[in-house]
Design a binder for this molecule. Structure first.
Ligand SMILES: NC(=O)c1ccc[n+]([C@@H]2O[C@H](COP(=O)([O-])OP(=O)(O)OC[C@H]3O[C@@H](n4cnc5c(N)ncnc54)[C@H](OP(=O)(O)O)[C@@H]3O)[C@@H](O)[C@H]2O)c1
Length: 303
């Protein structure tokens, strides 16, 4: 385990630049607000001009003078992700990149490019975006953070390397209404495996990449399409009198991205500001490399 600072309150980061995906609601909006409040100029990525503007207005009313740049990209579409990555590569020099956008969607939903929606949005988008930005930055200091999920829950959803887009629906869960969540959970394990593979490649560059679980957070849009058992679980979270809200969900990812003393910490996963162990099936370097190579093939990048 890395030697962590006790309870590092984030520094003030005047003049530094951050990129945050999925900044238009939920935890992502709270992440942007916190980074802006620390003085960072933030590039917010969202899929609609309207939701981007509305979120920016809310953030500016909470943080007067917040420096925000709005970037529209549908992260489920590789052509949008590539174009976004290329734009950001030439126009930004970020100290922080946080991949937060994700969906839990119908497992049969495919993008117009023919890729399963959950896989495209949750795994392939950060794969392309972070690889491209790391290659353009070449060296740090910069911290990349991938928002993951609860490592204990994710134990039961290992990535099937021969079925990345979950065509075998029955293997996901015997309960059809839980299959979207199971497919989502697999992509959150892919996020962790991607962090480990990218971290190995970033060794000694001064760019780091780590995973961060936000906690179980109510009042976000993640379960908006849930039904059956998944809907019941989401309702339980919403009704819990001790539920956590999006701003609390932003705490751990923002801490990993900005806390003093974490500059050299690379390839780790954090829960509640503490390093955590992720499921065994995410730890095998061979499995991580296989995922890296298959993802490269799917997005048309060199492995
Ligand atoms: N909520 C929880 O309990 C929980 C638990 C563990 C992990 N997480 C993780 O926390 C992160 C944020 O989740 P959340 O709960 O805040 O969910 P959310 O409220 O649904 O926010 C997701 C964000 O991603 C954006 N997004 C989705 N698809 C997109 C696309 N194709 N192109 C561009 N942007 C897209 C959404 O934009 P729109 O506004 O356009 O929909 C929204 O801004 C996710 O990585 C999730 O896996 C959440």
């Amino acid at each position: 385990m890395a030697d962590m600072p006790e309870d590092g309150e984030p520094q003030i980061h005047e003049g530094k630049q951050a990129i945050v995906t999925g900044g238009t609601r939920g935890i992502g909006e709270a992440i942007v607000r916190r980074l802006a409040a620390q003085g960072m100029s933030v590039v917010m990525v969202g899929r609609s001009d309207t939701t981007l503007r509305q979120a920016a207005d809310r953030i500016r009313s909470a943080v007067p003078g917040a420096e925000l740049r709005l970037e529209r990209a549908d992260l489920s579409l590789l052509r949008d992700v590539r174009a976004l990555a290329d734009r950001l590569a030439v126009s930004t020099s970020p100290s922080v990149v946080i991949n937060n956008a994700a969906v839990s969607a119908d497992i049969r939903a495919r993008t117009e490019e023919g890729i399963q929606l959950t896989l495209a949005t949750n795994h392939l988008a950060p794969y392309v975006l972070m690889r491209t930005l790391a290659a353009s930055l070449k060296k740090g200091p910069a911290r990349f953070v991938v928002v993951g999920a609860n490592p204990t829950v994710l134990k039961t959803f290992p990535v099937d390397l021969d079925d990345l887009d979950a065509r075998d629906a029955r293997a996901l869960s015997r309960f059809p209404s839980l299959r979207p969540f199971a497919a989502y959970a697999r992509t959150k394990n892919m996020n962790t495996m991607f962090v480990y593979s990218l971290a190995r490649r970033l060794t000694d560059t001064g760019i780091t990449v780590n995973g961060a679980h936000p906690g179980i957070i109510a009042q976000t849009g993640l379960s908006r399409d849930a039904r059956g058992l998944e809907k019941a679980l989401a309702t339980m979270v919403a009704l819990n009198p001790f539920k956590k809200m999006p701003d609390q969900g932003a705490d751990n990812p923002v801490w990993v991205a900005t806390a003093p003393g974490l500059d050299c910490v690379n390839g780790r996963f954090f829960v509640d500001r503490k390093e955590a162990t992720t499921p065994d099936h995410t730890l095998s370097p061979d499995r991580c490399e296989a995922l890296w190579e298959r993802s490269a093939e799917l997005v048309g990048m060199e492995p």
